[in-house]
Design a protein around this ligand. Structure first.
Ligand SMILES: [Mg+2]
Length: 182
């Protein structure tokens, strides 16, 4: 099955954070608190997925309070933070959503993502992902992590599903009701 056929079945897009939604940079403040920067294009892509009726989710090894806020803003359905076993977190997501593995897309950047990547319907890797990850990915982005890779992955899925009209319609309806803004 090619990547486009795989993308047509997707109902939920799950993402890694560090190195995928960020470029991997972590600024450590004197008090030990950590700062990361996110890309507005990726954020808008996540909202496009929402408008298309697709769920989104996050599985990350680290824990960060600002991420919770960002996830809320981007209408991300489920956030698993501080995860040691990402495959286990994926099982929890499957149970919660009642979706099948072939209906899940996952995008990551490093070895910790490999097990999850191998078990979903559509596997994606950012351009600067570990070579082992790229080997098992159906879609390798041209953009690196934190620089629009997630947007590219999401748009590939939306295009494969021919979702643009539906997105436009939902955008109009929800903004009129003041229930949505980019
Ligand atoms: Mg990562």
């Amino acid at each position: 099955m090619n990547a486009k056929d795989r993308a047509r079945k997707i109902k939920m897009i799950v993402m890694d954070v560090d190195g995928t939604l960020t470029d991997g940079t972590i600024l450590v403040l004197p008090d030990g608190e950590e700062l990361k920067s996110y890309n507005v294009k990726d954020g808008a892509g996540i909202l496009l997925a929402y408008l298309a009726g697709l769920k989104t989710g996050i599985i990350t090894g680290k824990t960060s309070k600002p991420l919770e806020k960002r996830a809320e803003k981007l209408k991300i359905f489920v956030v698993h933070q501080g995860i040691l076993d990402k495959k286990r977190a994926l099982s929890d997501i499957l149970e919660k959503t009642k979706l099948k593995p072939e209906q899940i897309a996952y995008i990551g950047d490093d070895i910790g993502d490999l097990e999850v990547l191998k078990s979903v319907g559509l596997a994606g890797a950012v351009a600067d992902a570990h070579p082992e990850l790229k080997k098992y990915s159906h879609f390798v982005c041209t953009q690196p992590g934190g620089k629009g890779a997630v947007r590219e992955f999401i748009e590939f899925i939306l295009e494969s599903q021919d979702k643009w009209n539906e997105i436009e319609e939902n955008f109009k309806t929800l903004t009129e009701k003041k229930e949505f803004k980019f």
